[in-house]
Design a binder for this molecule. Structure first.
Ligand code: IMP
Ligand code: MG
Length: 175
């Protein structure tokens, strides 16, 4: 398949992504052994990662979703546009992220979920661009650290496109 226009280079191939997700799923299965874990993802970017991860986890898994939308224009100004279907009180929750960038979104989600009295809450992200972090958030599981470039694929979009690419690629729309 030829790469779509604007794709500059592939950072991680489909095989590398699949392999790494299996490794992280094994870490999660080990850490939560004997318990069940609820995976919570934000629509829409993290859905691709969540489903692949969930299939590779070997302990009982529940899933739920929420959606957020930004307002005010400033970073981190987000609100819940669609809430979870079920309460999380007393549960072991893993927040599944597509990417932790500045950290604003993740911190908002973490604080929101922590206020609902889960037994525990952790963060699992497909991509971590820690060089751009502004607010610190505790990332418990990460598949890949990435450089300071805009990326698409595996759920990440550019203008809602490219989420379905099986690989992670650097996007340069001007190319
Ligand atoms: P944060 O609040 O700065 O951590 O932003 C996180 C959100 O911005 C992610 O959930 C993505 O939706 C979006 N985002 C950040 N970087 C990228 C990227 O390189 N490609 C696509 N979306 C991105
Ligand atoms: Mg997006």
């Amino acid at each position: 398949m030829t790469a779509p226009e604007g794709i500059e280079r592939i950072l991680f191939t489909e095989e590398q992504v699949a392999q790494r997700i299996r490794e992280v799923a094994a870490e999660i299965s080990k850490k939560y052994q004997g318990r069940e874990v609820k995976l919570i993802a934000v629509l829409k970017g993290a859905v691709f990662f969540l489903t692949e991860l969930a299939r590779a986890i070997e302990i009982p898994v529940k899933i739920d979703f929420l959606a957020i939308s930004s307002f005010g224009g400033a970073p981190g100004m987000v609100r819940i546009a669609k809430d979870l279907d079920e309460p999380i009180e007393g549960e072991d929750v893993l927040l599944i992220e597509d990417i932790v960038d500045t950290g604003f979104t993740t911190r908002f989600l973490l604080q929101t979920l922590a206020g609902r009295a889960p037994h525990s809450i952790g963060i699992c992200t497909l991509l971590d661009r820690s060089v751009r972090r502004i607010v610190q958030v505790p990332v418990d599981f990460r598949c890949f650290e990435i450089p300071d470039r805009f990326v698409v694929g595996c759920g990440l979009d550019y203008k809602q496109l490219y989420r379905n690419l099986g690989y992670i690629a650097v996007m340069n729309p001007g190319k």
